[in-house]
Design a protein around this ligand. Structure first.
Ligand code: V47
Length: 368
């Protein structure tokens, strides 16, 4: 492999990684433009194995999107409905949302992951009651809910500080924040694709506040639309800088853009090579973030499986219900069983491990 790494022009990067040195902006860009996917992947896999060996994590989770009514007009979004009167707009009653958990009494679920539209017509108590109800039904369930963009929206709408919103939600049962809403931090891109939601500084400041309050969070990057490779690296470096400060990020999750039924539908979806490259470069640049996750609904199941050799050590989880990607054309199933996740990891030559949200390993998943 060393001849190949040299031929790919990556010998100095290889040296730095071996010495445990950090890669800089220009090196990140060089990794992206390097045509030798396998050379980049090999380096990323070495970093992955240094941290996790062949272990691959996933959890027993449930995704819920209680409302898609949204005041933001992100060009890439196929899920949001601006008017509550739109035929496809919906807001679940609290009872209906809680029923989603009640109906799964037989499932050993460990986490509910909630993402919503920015709905201007709900009282703040809708969200606190929602969380309290889930904890009443199943006190041990981990609630990973509301992106930093939602937290910013709540603060502005209900006239609170970001910290107050987080504290009140934590009081109601919030355990961690998901990573959605990061898109691409660069102002040039945000102005074009999501001009009316919170900016990168506020997104990062909300994660900083959440970390300061003792919460762990994830962070995402929406790729494969109008962003440049320089903007991808800038995004990763902003994550790395905050992680140096707080250590509160658990996982970095690249999210592949899906073009169906949205205002960017003329753009092609990113292909498998780009997806593998993004996950690999993330593993190499984010030396201080423990996990790189392939969200199999975004990447496709087979590409997620392949990514386990390109820096990825986590596959999210069972999910079960998902609208954001399926409304944008994702052809995957909405959910996978633990047995299916375990099998796809094993057949990729990796070891499946059921984890909780904090990556405590519950048990090695037995072969089925
Ligand atoms: O914030 C919306 C993205 C995100 C599209 O934290 C789109 O563990 C592609 O953040 N094509 C929500 N992406 C999902 C999310 C997530 C997923 C899995 C795990 C975690 C975690 C978080 O989906 C949004 C936005 O960035 N998105 N529309 C689209 N057409």
């Amino acid at each position: 492999m060393h001849t190949r790494i040299r031929a790919a022009g990556l010998a100095d990067i290889d040296e730095k990684l071996r010495a445990g040195e950090r890669l800089g902006f220009d090196e990140g860009v060089r990794l992206f433009v390097c045509p030798d996917l396998l050379a980049v992947g090999w380096l990323a896999n070495r970093e992955r194995e240094k941290r996790h060996g062949g272990r691959t994590y996933f959890n027993y989770n449930l995704r819920l999107e209680p409302t898609n009514v949204c005041v933001a007009s992100c060009l890439f979004c196929s899920f949001a409905r601006l008017k509550p009167t739109d035929a496809a707009a919906y807001t679940m009653s609290l009872e209906r949302a809680w029923d989603k958990l009640r109906q799964r009494a037989d499932q050993p679920l460990t986490e509910i992951h909630i993402v919503n539209g920015l709905n201007p017509d709900l009282p703040f108590s809708y969200y606190t009651d929602l969380l309290r109800g889930f904890k009443r039904i199943r006190p041990g369930i981990h609630l990973k809910c509301f992106t930093a963009v939602e937290i910013a929206f709540f603060a502005d709408l209900y006239r609170m500080t970001d910290g107050q919103v987080l504290r009140e939600l934590m009081d109601a049962g919030l355990d961690s924040l998901p990573g959605g809403g990061a898109e691409i931090f660069a102002e040039r891109v945000r102005r074009k694709i999501c001009h009316d939601k919170c900016d990168a500084d506020r997104y990062l400041s909300i994660h900083r506040t959440a970390h300061g309050l003792g919460m762990r969070t994830n962070v995402t990057m929406l790729y494969g639309h109008i962003e440049t490779v320089e903007e991808r690296i800038d995004h990763m470096l902003r994550v790395r800088a905050l992680q140096d400060e707080t250590g509160g990020f658990q996982a970095f999750i690249p999210l592949a853009f899906h073009p169906d039924n949205n205002q960017m539908r003329k753009l092609p979806a990113p292909g498998a090579v780009d997806t593998l490259k993004v996950h690999a470069v993330a593993r190499l640049m984010l030396d201080n973030v423990p996990h790189v996750k392939a969200f199999w609904i975004a990447t496709g199941v087979e590409v997620a499986q392949t990514a386990l050799w390109f820096g990825v050590d986590d596959l999210d989880g069972t999910v079960q219900e998902e609208k954001i990607y399926h409304m944008a054309g994702s052809p995957t199933p909405e959910g996978l069983t633990m047995a299916q996740l375990s099998q796809l990891v094993r057949s990729a030559g990796r070891e499946p491990f059921e984890r909780d949200t904090f990556y405590n390993v519950k048990e090695a998943v037995p072969a089925c």
